[in-house]
Each structure stands twice: as C-alpha cells, then as structure tokens.
Design a protein around this ligand. Sequence first.
Ligand code: CMP
Length: 231
Amino acid sequence: MATASQDTILAKLRTFAMFEGIAEEDLGILAGLLTYREFPKGSFIVTQNDRGSAMYFLLAGRVKISVASPEGKELALSYLEAPAHFGEMSVVDSEPRSADVIAITDIETLMLESSDLAEAIQMRPQIALTLISSLSRRVRSLIDRLQGMAFHDATHRVMRVVLNVATASYEARGVPVIEGLTHYEIATLAGTSRETASRVISNLCRDGVVATKGRRIVVDLFQLRDAIERA
Ligand code: CMP
C-alpha cells in the first residue's frame, strides 16, 4: 500500500456500510487483499468495452460513470462520491466493462482483484449483499430514467434529477443539497442541453423551490415534489 498509512486506509474502509461493525482483525485481513491506488483528476479508471479484472472501492473524491457515442456524444449514467464502489459488474459476470469511469477530482481507491473477491465475500458475506443491493438501486434508477425519457419532457426530467440528487444527499448527510455538479452535468443526467437545465433551475429558483449559493443548490424537497406532480 503506497502512500496512505494502513491506519488511514482502515479508517476509510470503516465508512463503507458493508464493513460496518467488522472486527479489527478481519478488516486488517481484508485490507491485505486490497491495493491502494491514487488517480489524478481526468483519469479513465475503467474504459467501456475493456476486459476488467478488478473492482474499486472509492475512498476519496468523485467519479463520473458515462458512455460515449462513436461521434463523441456523452451520456452520463451516474456520479459517485466516496464511499462508493465501481467496476464490480465485469468482475461478477466476466463481460467487458459496461461504461467509462472517469475521475472528476483527484481520487483514492482500493483495488480488489476478481480472483480475491470470493475470498473477501467468504470472510464478509455482507459484501455480496451490498453489491446486490447497489445493483438493484442502479436498475431502479435506470427504470426511472427510461420512464422519464419515454413519458416526460426535458423540464420534468431536469426536476427529477435535481430531486434525486438532493434526496440522496439528504439521506446520506441530512441536507438536501446539490454540491459540485455543474448545470452541464445535471443536463447530461437528464438527457437534455445545458441551456434547458439552467433555465429549469433558474425558474425553480424564481419560484422559491431551490436556492443557489455559489455552486450549491439547496432544494426544498416538498415543494419540488409538488412542482413535479403539477408539471
Ligand atoms: P463495470 O461494468 O465492471 O465497469 C463500469 C462500471 O460502471 C460498472 O462495472 C459499474 O460499477 C458502473 N456502472 C455501470 N452502469 C452504472 C449505472 N447506471 N449507475 C452507476 N454505476 C454504473
């Protein structure tokens, strides 16, 4: 393990729900299966269609999960913030990588080789349950998105993205805030243009549904749910 101390890594691993309550000794053994790696902002950690032989635990920073068309158009699938994991799909089904994973800040990761996943799960079955539950959350979010594309207009989709990101922040940190996502990034998640995303957000601001403070968007979740129902 290169630059981070073993103690720092163990402390960061404890912030993952799947390692909650784990005995000190077991966490130490698990950490022995993991390789610490840092990547600078802009790095492709995983590239779509490549063969994958490892999954990653994101200890610090943020990544974007996206796919690109042959013409270079981008579709953002999700943004993940530490603590989170990615790259588990290829490890589990042995298919090529389903998407690009790009560091949008400097990041710190722990890499788990696919050959060590079974051992890690044997030691800590909670890992398997967490992988399944996060896959299930992703399927739900893709269904939600597909529904949005099929049944709703761009305004509605932008409001749903704002609601979903702010709700996730409320559940994780107790504050319904969008932080560090640009209007362009919100637009790519909603499948629309930056101009449309900015227009919808400024209308929500005018109506007192959200308040912007620098690059933070503070969301009134109740009012936004109402506005979505009325839209
Ligand atoms: P893998 O296919 O190995 O490599 C790309 C990773 O991106 C994938 O594993 C998942 O970890 C992650 N990923 C793919 N699709 C989504 C999605 N819709 N939402 C969040 N993460 C995803």
